[in-house]
Each structure stands twice: as structure tokens, then as C-alpha cells.
Ligand binder design. Structure first.
Ligand SMILES: CCC(=O)Oc1c(C)cccc1C(=O)O
Ligand SMILES: [Ca+2]
Ligand SMILES: [Zn+2]
Length: 304
């Protein structure tokens, strides 16, 4: 074949078989997915354990991405496609900017790097050190978390510090749940590979992982940009209470509307409560059971 879209397969970091949307050109296959509408491209690259970005395209000679070292590439590529499909199919959003921008991921970043991040332009995933983390693109909720940071940057633009920053973090965790709703845990598929049953965070029980779940326990600190990964437990708990009251289908609609219509860069927890109530009123009516469930959830975490 000359060149163009191809379908390959490979194994993720957990050894799970996945088919892949790839691209063939001049004897080489690339993790370059051109199957999305309106030219929404998904491309995956490798930093080859260096720290220069974006790194080189992940390539393969026969479109069988089966080497253990390719697991992180396979997962980053496949899960980015799942997240693209979630936002398009559920919220009619075309990529993180709603304008079909390329979702670029770079894996094998750094050496035994226990981090994943959106750097304002692309997703970046470390391989983990094998103890704290397995390669971080190996968890769908982590990939959804990172891509949601991009969505937030293009919409509410929540500053990454103090309460706006904790909301930023919470939105990424909450949409991580919406994309992977089989548990209320975050990062469980890649966190401490040697220990089963634990996670990075929990929406249902933030305290299990050292996060507050009530405003009375808000942590005032200069660490972690004002505790953005700590205080997110409070809006996360409110989200859990909302989801269990009104269900995922309604919850994701009011959360997406709050994020894209009402929240701004300096919104605090009280603004989040108001934004979600306004979204619930818009979609389901002021004083509706949905509206009242949101009132109740935020009352329970002490935010008014
Ligand atoms: C659930 C994904 C997540 O929290 O990724 C991070 C990690 C593992 C370390 C530091 C920051 C982040 C982040 O994306 O906020
Ligand atoms: Ca999960
Ligand atoms: Zn985050």
C-alpha cells in the first residue's frame, strides 16, 4: 500500500490486547490516528527517557505493537482515542479545544518518572519507578484526567492554585470518573503495581488517601500550589454525592455545563456550588430533584 490509515494491534502495559488506529508511510507504521471527525488527529510520541518534547513519533516495523517497552505508547494512544470519543459523543466537543486540535501524547518521559501532566500544549507521561507507579498512561482515568486539564484550560481556565486550582484538579478527577465509571478510584490501574486495592485518590472516600472531604478540614498550605491535590477532596466528595443522587448521565451534563459556561479562572468552591446549581436549574429546573441534590451535596461538604 502507498500510505495512509491502517489498523494495527498491540498490548498495553497490563498485557491487554488492543487494536490501534495507525498510519503507514514508506515502510514504517506510526501511532497517528486520522479516523476522528473534522481532522481531529491523535498522535503518540516517545521521549526515549529523555526530557525533550515532543520527542519522536512512536514507530513500528510491522504494525504489531507487542514489545513490552511499547505498552505505554499503546495505552497512551488508545486511551487518548477513548477520551476523544467521550467528549465528542457525550458533549459534542471536538478535542480539548472544541476545534479539532491534535491530541499529542509523549510517553517514556524522564527516568522512572512518577508523574503525568498537561504542559499547556500536550500530554506527558512518565514510566513510573515500578514501585510507586507503573507507566502512567496505563490508566484510562489518568489519561482522562490529563486531557481534562486541557479542556479546563480552554474553558474555565481555572488558575492552578488555592481553591481555583483544587477545582481544576477536581474537574480532572470527576471527568476521569465519567470516562472510566467502573469505580470511584483514580489511578488504581497504575498506582503501586505491587499493592492491590489501593489508588492515588478516591472520590467516594477522599480521607482514605489523606484528602479532606469537608470545608472544616481545608488545608491551608503553600505546598502543591496551595494544596490543589489535597483540597480537591472537598469538591470531589460533593461530586460523588451528586453522582450517587442523580446518576452519571445528569451529573456529567451539569458538570460539563458548569465547566464550559459558568466557571472562570478565579472561581472558588462557593462559585462551583453556584455554577452547578445554575447548570442544574438550566437543564432540569430550579427546585427540581436534581437541583436539590446538588444543594444537599455541597451542604454536606460545608460549602455554601
Ligand atoms: C490522576 C492523574 C494525576 O493526578 O496525575 C498527576 C500525578 C500522578 C502527579 C502529579 C500531578 C498529576 C496531575 O495531573 O495533576
Ligand atoms: Ca478508576
Ligand atoms: Zn491533575
Amino acid at each position: 500500500v502507498a500510505e495512509g490509515a491502517t489498523t494495527g494491534y498491540g498490548y498495553g502495559i497490563l498485557g491487554d490486547y488492543k487494536t490501534l488506529n495507525t498510519y503507514y508511510s514508506n515502510g514504517t507504521y506510526y501511532l497517528y490516528d486520522v479516523t476522528k471527525p473534522m481532522n481531529g488527529v491523535i498522535e503518540t510520541r516517545t521521549a526515549q527517557n529523555g526530557s525533550s518534547l515532543p520527542g519522536s513519533y512512536s514507530v513500528d516495523s510491522n504494525n504489531a505493537w507487542t514489545a513490552y517497552s511499547q505498552g505505554a505508547d499503546v495505552d497512551a494512544h488508545y486511551y487518548a482515542g477513548v477520551v476523544y470519543d467521550y467528549y465528542k459523543n457525550t458533549h459534542n466537543r471536538n478535542s480539548f479545544d472544541n476545534n479539532g486540535s491534535t491530541i499529542r501524547s509523549t510517553v517514556h518521559y524522564g527516568y522512572q518518572y512518577n508523574n503525568a501532566f498537561w504542559n499547556g500544549v500536550q500530554m506527558v507521561y512518565g514510566d513510573g519507578d515500578g514501585s510507586v507507579f507503573a507507566p502512567l498512561s496505563g490508566a484510562l482515568d489518568v489519561v482522562a484526567h490529563e486531557i481534562t486539564h486541557a479542556v479546563t484550560d480552554y474553558t474555565a481556565g481555572l488558575e492552578y492554585r488555592n481553591q481555583p486550582g483544587a477545582l481544576n484538579e477536581s474537574m480532572s478527577d470527576v471527568f476521569g470518573y465519567f470516562v472510566e465509571p467502573n469505580d470511584y478510584l483514580l489511578g488504581e490501574d497504575v498506582y503501586t503495581p505491587g499493592v492491590s486495592g489501593d489508588a492515588l485518590r478516591s472520590l467516594s472516600n477522599p480521607e482514605a488517601y489523606g484528602q479532606p472531604a469537608h470545608m472544616n478540614n481545608y488545608v491551608y498550605t503553600s505546598e502543591d500550589n496551595g494544596g490543589v491535590h489535597i483540597n480537591s477532596g472537598i469538591p470531589n466528595k460533593a461530586a460523588y454525592l451528586t453522582i450517587t443522587s442523580i446518576g452519571k448521565a445528569k451529573a456529567e451534563k451539569i458538570y460539563y455545563r458548569a465547566l464550559t459556561v459558568y466557571l472562570t479562572s478565579t472561581s472558588d468552591f462557593s462559585d462551583a456550588r453556584a455554577s452547578l446549581l445554575q447548570s442544574a436549574a438550566d437543564l432540569y429546573g430550579y427546585g427540581s430533584s436534581t437541583y436539590n441534590a446538588v444543594v444537599n451535596a455541597w451542604n454536606q461538604v460545608g460549602v455554601y
